[in-house]
Design a protein around this ligand. Structure first.
Ligand SMILES: [Zn+2]
Length: 123
């Protein structure tokens, strides 16, 4: 995909799905967004008490790269709270995906019953 701004033609990475308009900055490139329905909680500061602020949220997964960045980043975070987001290298995100699957599978907590127990706490 090509981005054109201020008469300058810039090339987008192959994974970019951003529609760069003629008047918009082509500086940031974004992949398509994957939204994951999630149940989130906040860890208590210092681990002094149980998790709180349990809520439902859409967690967005997107690859992004600024023209000044040497490599793209994987953004993981709730759509309504950018301050809680993580930016990871692509390699780190791939390792994280693999290890998260193993962690949940090994714990035996990936059953629908476990999800229902957490969801019940939202109501
Ligand atoms: Zn782009």
């Amino acid at each position: 995909m090509r981005a054109i701004a201020l008469g300058v033609v810039m090339l987008c990475p192959d994974w970019c799905s951003t529609e760069h308009g003629e008047n918009s900055s082509p500086s940031w490139h974004y992949s398509s967004v994957i939204s994951v329905p999630s149940v989130l909680a906040r860890a208590a500061p210092g681990g002094r008490s149980s998790c709180s602020s349990i809520r439902a949220a859409e967690v967005e997964l997107v690859i992004k790269q600024h023209d000044d960045d040497a490599e793209p980043w994987v953004h993981i975070g709730p759509e309504d709270d950018v301050s809680s987001s993580l930016l990871m290298s692509v390699e780190s995100a791939a390792r994280m995906a693999s290890m998260l699957g193993a962690l949940v599978a090994d714990s035996g907590l990936s059953s629908p019953r476990a999800e229902a127990l957490v969801t019940d706490r939202l109501e």
